[in-house]
Design a binder for this molecule. Structure first.
Ligand SMILES: Nc1ncnc2c1ncn2[C@@H]1O[C@H](COP(=O)(O)OP(=O)(O)OP(=O)(O)O)[C@@H](O)[C@H]1O
Ligand SMILES: N[C@@H](CCO)C(=O)O
Length: 322
């Protein structure tokens, strides 16, 4: 688990009091996740989810809160943010900007349970989000653009920080970085930015909640689609049946414009590079011991990147039925 900031019973009770809630009957650090410190709390007969945002500014968290308020107004199933008794979206806990969420019902899918029908649902949620985006005014550029990836790779160096597996991947990553400096343009707006399996809860075939909007920002819709295609449509390779279903679900909610379709291959490649780099960087720069951190396997994204490079754009478009 990522438990960067352990909290005492007294600290937990103090946080909950700001929400008008009694001290927790039970508190459990969340066993998954790698970025933040998260607690499941039981208080006042209900279950809650407390997130201490690690390494983020008050402004970063304020943007996420704007996104969540917007989604709630639009009836979109985002994470159920709770406000303090004073109406604030965030509160400081142990020096971190913290947020409280109502516990959302539903289960994450295992990879083996990803079907075309479920990919179609995910595509539809993404299409709906992008169709709503023109009504969302606040702006935040994507913090995970080229310069960030460049900085991560520079920090690791050509020797991959002394890790032979990383060093072996580095020529491909640097070559990809050089190609990704300018991505094809396309319509942009509010994107989730991290739509992985572990950020979606399901009740049967229904999506009950899309969680973890901390990477949401304003970027090309092709970026968000690229995240989803890599996350949901790849088993041992990019699967045409899953990718086509995802695109069909998307198009049922928002027509896929020619510019987004034209930008999708480059963005999907960029996304594979970005997550390979972020996962390596997180692993090599971790400040926590292994028993307090959930590692994410960076080689899974290296493999996606290599597969996309080998495919080329025409075969990728054919795979998606574009
Ligand atoms: N409101 C909620 N209700 C129920 N479960 C939640 C809620 N918010 C988060 N979770 C669960 O907690 C897990 C970890 O949360 P989150 O994704 O925010 O952590 P993280 O540290 O940002 O990790 P990562 O981004 O690496 O997945 C999620 O995968 C989800 O299963
Ligand atoms: N979704 C990211 C973690 C940050 O949310 C990953 O799987 O690498």
């Amino acid at each position: 688990m990522a438990l960067y900031t352990p909290l005492s019973d007294a600290q937990l009770a103090q946080v909950l009091s700001r929400y008008g809630l009694p001290p927790p009957e039970r508190a459990l650090p969340e066993p998954k996740g790698s970025v933040n410190t998260n607690y499941h709390l039981w208080s006042g007969g209900r279950r809650w989810f407390l997130r201490l945002n690690e390494g983020k500014t008050v402004e970063d968290v304020a943007f996420e809160a704007e996104v969540l308020r917007f989604l709630a107004r639009e009836g979109f199933p985002g994470a159920p943010l709770v406000l303090t008794r004073d109406g604030a979206a965030q509160t400081e806990v142990a020096g971190r900007p913290a947020m409280l969420f109502a516990f959302a019902e539903g289960e994450e899918l295992e990879r083996a349970d990803v079907t075309p029908a479920r990919c179609e649902r995910i595509g539809a949620e993404l299409g709906r989000l992008h169709a709503l985006a023109p009504r969302f005014a606040p702006a935040r550029p994507n913090p995970y653009r080229w310069a960030r990836v460049d900085a991560w790779l520079r920090e690791l160096g050509p020797e991959g920080d002394g890790d032979p597996l990383v060093a072996a991947a580095m020529p491909m990553l640097l070559d990809e970085l050089a190609h990704a400096r300018t991505l094809p343009p396309g319509p942009a707006g509010l994107v989730h930015g991290d739509l992985f399996l572990d950020n979606v809860l399901w009740v049967g075939e229904r999506v009950s909640a899309l969680l973890d909007w901390e990477m949401s920002c304003v970027d090309a819709f092709a970026y968000d689609l690229g995240v989803a295609v890599n996350a949901w449509c790849y088993g041992e390779r990019h699967e045409p049946a899953l990718a086509r279903a995802l695109l069909a679900g998307y198009q049922a909610e928002r027509p896929l414009d020619a510019a987004t379709a034209g930008a999708l291959y480059a963005h999907t490649r960029y996304v594979a590079l970005r997550y390979t780099a972020s996962r390596i960087h997180a692993f090599h720069r971790a400040t926590l011991s292994a028993d307090r951190l959930a590692w994410k396997d960076w080689t899974r994204y290296r493999d996606r990147l290599a597969a996309l490079r080998a495919l080329g754009e025409p075969a990728f478009r054919a795979l998606l039925g574009l």
